[in-house]
Design a protein around this ligand. Structure first.
Ligand code: GTP
Length: 186
């Protein structure tokens, strides 16, 4: 498959994932640069003006809440997104399992409005564990090549929070061209 590489005039970043993984906390930690325990079910859409983003492109950050939104509303937001961040909690195996059994298949079933819609996997709550989910996640990346990047972060300590949005912008604006892997005959 070959897809064209277009440059967006803006970047729309959508966060999805199981309940309680910290989607809203991640968005609000980015905005306020501090962690708040008491967050709403869904953050308001955030606009970051182009002049403060590395690629000088206005960026919109969109939260998702299963408590407030229907599957139809989720589908519409996925279609509008240039990049989708699938969030799981590193201390919650079930939320990670659902990445490959529910979220990535769901995203595959929603055709992108443009030619390409990359995915970033975000493992939140690293402050709660002393291990990494990298090995498990690399298996997911093998099975779902639309996952272009993964990052572990903590909304509580702010670790990798601004980096996560930076990476999401990058993969939306500079898609990795298709890779052809050819079996080498020795
Ligand atoms: P839904 O609205 O149900 O979809 O949840 P959500 O994914 O938006 O999660 P939310 O931001 O509401 O956070 C869920 C719980 O996890 C809250 O009690 C947060 O305080 C907590 N939490 C979020 N991020 C972190 C983190 O990085 N570390 C720790 N220890 N707790 C976190």
């Amino acid at each position: 498959m070959v897809f064209s590489v277009g440059v967006h005039q803006n970047v729309r970043i959508l966060l999805v994932g199981e309940r309680n993984v910290g989607k809203t906390s991640i968005v609000l930690s980015l905005v306020s640069e501090e962690f708040t325990e008491d967050v709403p079910a869904k953050a308001e859409e955030i606009t970051i003006p182009g002049d403060v983003t590395p690629d000088k492109v206005p960026t919109f950050i969109v939260d998702y809440s299963a408590a407030e939104q229907t599957v139809e509303m989720l589908t519409m937001e996925v279609q509008r997104a240039h990049v989708v961040c699938v969030v799981y909690a590193v201390d919650d195996d079930e939320s990670l399992r659902k990445v490959s059994t529910y979220w990535l298949p769901l995203l595959r079933d929603i055709p992108p409005s443009g030619s390409h819609r990359p995915v970033v996997l975000v493992g939140n709550k690293t402050d709660l564990v002393d291990y990494s989910t990298a090995e498990f996640v690399s298996n997911i990346m093998d099975a779902f090549p639309e996952v272009e990047m993964c990052v572990e972060c903590s909304a509580r300590t702010l670790k990798n929070i601004s980096e996560m949005f930076y990476y999401a912008q990058k993969v939306a604006l500079h898609p990795v061209p298709p890779l052809y892997i050819v079996d080498r005959q020795e």
